[in-house]
Design a protein around this ligand. Structure first.
Ligand code: F58
Length: 872
């Protein structure tokens, strides 16, 4: 339809000069050089690795943009349902290597002949580029290392969004992500004297070749001001005029998201804030020039920085401003595109599905209702029906401190019209509750969007999200059951259980297997005879590995891959440790790599892990002191490297203290020559996505040991299993389904169950049951200053939280079973390596369920009712 409007003559000229994708090494080299010379204004003589990275990325991007354009045209023409994924965080990591892996297009859809030099076959695209780079004088690996991580997220929630956009494109869904283009992503973590120090993440310093600036797409966004109700006829549910007080512009920046083995390239649209060109003349005329300029400058602060909290709600005004800025910009963009089609509003929910990644985008619900009622002048209830059919909400936590609530005063000041709309939404909702459960005042106050318990009144965002959505999902079975019986139980009573559903999280095997672990990917594709890596699209193909689980020759190959990856991590650790090697390379085959990398949080219980390490250290020392030989001790406590990594929220005192403790223990243990190499401890600074790609494939064992019922799902557990690592874990989050899928023989579970947590906590309040003997030893050592000689009370707060503050996270209750399970791990790893390798192989064989492709299919079928739009 678009094409027919263009005169035939112009069309001819355009077609004659149609841009072409590069598909041979030759063509790539040509592109590369023209980008070095024209885009970067450099030459052969001053092209360093950074410039090579930029030129390679620009060249690859050119290919993606051609497919991006075709994809957008196709999706518009086919007019299927569009999905929008609203997330304040997209923790993308690096883009280049991922693009090289995903770019290999579908043989059947690619028009270039399939010689070995083209992109159409197997691994050729990455291999071809590697060879071409070599010809040009560069090493692909070194060039890839130049790319800064796009670290626009905190942890699991942000990385989930990144895996989802990969799977959406791979599954050919017409789907866009919407987020914020923070100038500074999550802070870079430095460890100084064992303490975390935060430094800014300057990820945009060298310009970002992956973003396409859409300066023409600008959405004006208002804040503050008042609602004009001079027309006394009008009520709050009739079209109202909001006179905004402060105005900024939202500018779009697009990132192409390539699918794997498809020419579908979707869009991730990130907004940045810019001042308007309007000027505050009132202030100017009053001579307050400086102030009016300052206000303009304030605009940019909205998208300056990502809030660095994980599972904690801080409630800052600028955060609320970020949320509204992003929701309003995204909604207006979505509505603008919908209106081009001239469909009736009633068809909006059939045309569009919007998924809310946690409650952060809940204002989008209110904003759509405002657009429909105030701007489009539609009737309130008619509008509300459209809104609720459009939105769905994903919950990621049951922990009270992470549930968003905003002071009514703050929200009403920033968004006066939105507060009115929230009140009315709540009013109609409470009326419907009253009708269903007459005279239940208690119920009304429990489910009201407005919390009135304390002096300050709050808007409960999760409740608003539930009321404004047609589906609410948790992220693992246990978690989805828990939200129904705890924080949202009253809503189950009101809406029925069908509104609540489960979609167990997943991860993309392209990044977390193929990209992170090329050696394992190669062994797999060779073993299951899948040279085109189709298993990365259909992970059930991995079950073919099962028959080799006990095959000794195969086990050896499998183990060799693990050794390779452990050496790669040992190199990284040496590099991060100022060149000092703490890992004995000679014995690396018989050294168990025990890894816990994730955000530092008391509920994730890194303290339990490090207490376990201290316990092991003390036990080794005891045995040695009692006269045992080092060989004898090694039988009981074989070689182990205990690796930690993760950031703490800058204001989270206890988490920071845990980091310090890990580093203090590392200092003592690593320097103790008496224990030789039986135990080493290392804290990897600045854990991020690109480090995770090195760390994950190297684990023998990884720790997922949250207090039962606190970790909604976890996703790194899936990543480790996909890379042949075994898990020590609690019966929490997705560990439950991992056990179901891979078999209970292949996972080391321990600890109390979530149904007992409440009772245990309750008991802690009254009695101080004798702490387990082993834990007492550990706490005594801490108290004695064994790990803090300069300040023996340094770790007092960690001791107190267990001894005197009710041990909320049940470290003492799970300590003995944790230690016993670690002993079991040692036994299997060191005494029965074949058994260990069998478990490892069977884990990978059965990990298929945790592909985010499965997860996206479930969302599409059960929540969005969306269909793929496949390239012809
Ligand atoms: C995480 N949540 C869950 N929140 O903790 C984890 O169990 C789950 O696997 C993951 O989501 C994906 O579903 C999480 O990462 C945050 O980081 C929020 C960031 C913004 C402030 C509130 C916490």
């Amino acid at each position: 339809a678009i094409e027919t409007k263009i005169p035939a003559q112009s069309r001819e000229v355009w077609n004659k000069h149609k841009v072409q994708k590069f598909s041979t090494a030759e063509e790539f080299e040509e592109k590369f050089i023209s980008h070095v010379e024209w885009t970067l204004a450099r030459s052969l003589y001053n092209c360093d690795d950074i410039a090579a990275y930029q030129a390679t990325s620009q060249s690859v991007r050119d290919n993606l943009v051609i497919d991006w354009n075709k994809t957008q045209q196709r999706q518009t023409a086919r007019d299927g349902k569009k999905v929008y994924y609203l997330s304040l965080e997209f923790l993308m990591g690096r883009a280049l290597d991922n693009a090289l892996i995903n770019m290999r297009t579908d043989t059947s859809t690619h028009d270039v002949g399939s010689t070995d030099e083209t992109l159409t076959k197997g691994n050729t695209s990455r291999e071809m580029i590697r060879n071409a780079m070599k010809q040009l004088g560069f090493k692909l690996e070194d060039v890839l290392e130049q790319e800064p991580d796009a670290a626009l997220g905190n942890g699991g929630l942000g990385r989930l969004a990144a895996c989802f956009v990969d799977s959406l494109a791979t599954g050919n869904y017409p789907a866009w992500g919407y987020g914020l283009r923070y100038q500074y992503g999550i802070f870079a973590q430095k460890i100084i004297n064992g303490y975390q120090v935060e430094t800014p993440d300057y990820w945009l310093n060298f310009s970002n070749p992956w973003e396409i600036d859409r300066w023409e797409i600008q959405v004006p966004i208002n804040f503050y001001g008042y609602v004009d109700r001079s027309d006394k006829e009008k009520t709050t549910i009739s079209p109202s005029d909001w006179i905004g007080g402060e105005r900024v512009l939202a500018v779009a920046h697009d990132m192409p998201i390539p699918g794997f083995k498809t020419s579908t390239v979707n869009n991730l649209r990130l907004w940045s804030a810019k001042p308007t060109t309007e000027f505050d003349f009132a202030k100017f005329n009053n001579g307050d020039y400086k102030n009016s300029v300052e206000q303009q400058q304030r605009a940019e602060s909205i998208t300056a920085v990502l809030y660095p909290n994980d599972n904690f709600d801080q409630g800052k005004e600028l955060r609320l401003k970020q949320q509204y800025f992003w929701c309003a910009a995204s909604l207006h963009d979505i509505v603008r595109r919908f209106k081009k089609n001239k469909k009736p509003w009633s068809e909006f929910p059939e045309a569009i599905a919007i998924q809310l990644n946690d409650t952060h985008p809940t204002l989008a619900i209110v904003e759509l209702q405002r657009i429909l009622v105030d701007l489009e002048k539609l009737e309130w209830h008619y509008s509300w029906d459209i809104v609720t059919k459009t939105f769905a909400y994903t919950n990621h936590t049951v922990m009270q401190e992470a549930l968003e609530k905003w002071p009514v005063g703050l929200l009403g000041h920033l968004l006066p019209r939105h507060l009115e709309i929230i009140y009315d939404i709540n009013w109609f909702f409470l009326q419907s509750v009253e009708k269903k459960f007459p005279h239940d005042v208690d119920l009304l106050s429990k489910v009201s969007v407005i919390e009135e318990a304390s002096q300050e009144r709050y808007v409960r965002m999760a409740f608003l999200a539930i009321i404004g959505s047609h589906k609410v999902n948790g992220v693992a079975e246990l978690h989805s059951d828990l939200i129904k019986t705890t924080i949202f139980q009253d809503f189950v009573k009101i809406y029925g259980a069908n509104k609540f559903t489960n979609v167990t999280n997943g991860i993309t095997p392209r990044r977390w297997l193929k990209q992170a672990n090329p050696k394992l990917a190669e062994l797999i594709s060779e073993t299951i005879n899948d040279p085109d890596d189709d298993y990365l699209l259909d992970m059930s193909k991995l079950t073919a590995l099962s028959k080799y689980a006990e095959d000794e020759a195969f086990q050896t190959k499998w183990n060799d891959v693990k050794q390779f990856n452990k050496l790669r991590l040992a190199d990284l650790i040496k590099h991060l440790n100022d060149g000092v090697d703490i890992i004995d390379r000679e014995h690396i085959r018989n050294t168990l790599f025990d890894i816990q990398v994730k955000r530092i949080h008391e509920y994730k219980r890194q303290q339990l892990n490090i207490f376990g390490v201290i316990h092991r250290y003390l036990s080794i020392k005891e045995l040695l002191q009692s006269g045992a030989s080092i060989e004898k001790v090694a039988e009981r406590y074989p070689r182990k490297v205990s690796i930690f990594g993760g950031k703490s929220a800058p204001g989270y005192y206890m988490a920071k203290l845990i980091i310090k403790l890990v580093n203090s223990v590392a200092e003592v243990v690593n320097a103790d020559t008496e224990i030789q190499d039986l135990l080493k401890v290392f804290f990897i600074p600045d854990y991020n996505v690109s480090k995770a790609e090195i760390i994950t494939p190297a684990s023998d064992l990884s720790e997922h040991i949250s207090t039962a019922g606190t970790e909604a799902s976890g996703t790194s557990n899936m990543k480790f299993v996909m890379n042949g690592g075994l898990i020590i874990g609690t019966v929490d989050g997705a560990n439950v389904e991992i056990t179901r899928e891979i078999g209970e023989d292949n996972i080391f579970l321990f600890g109390n169950l979530s149904e007992n947590v409440e009772e245990l906590r309750y008991k802690h309040q009254f009695s101080n049951p004798g702490l387990p003997e082993g834990l007492v030893k550990v706490l005594n050592a801490l108290e004695s200053g064994a790990f803090s000689p300069q300040n023996s009370s340094e770790f007092r707060p960690l001791i107190d939280s267990i001894k005197h503050q009710g041990d909320y996270y049940l470290v003492s209750d799970d300590f003995d079973s944790y230690i016993a399970t670690q002993d079991l791990v040692d036994q299997v790893y060191h005494k029965d390596k074949k058994e260990w390798l069998k478990k490892s192989i069977l884990s990978v064989a059965n990990v298929g369920f945790f592909s985010s492709d499965r997860c996206i299919e479930e969302y599409a079928e059960t929540i969005w009712n969306a269909e793929p739009v496949k390239p012809e």
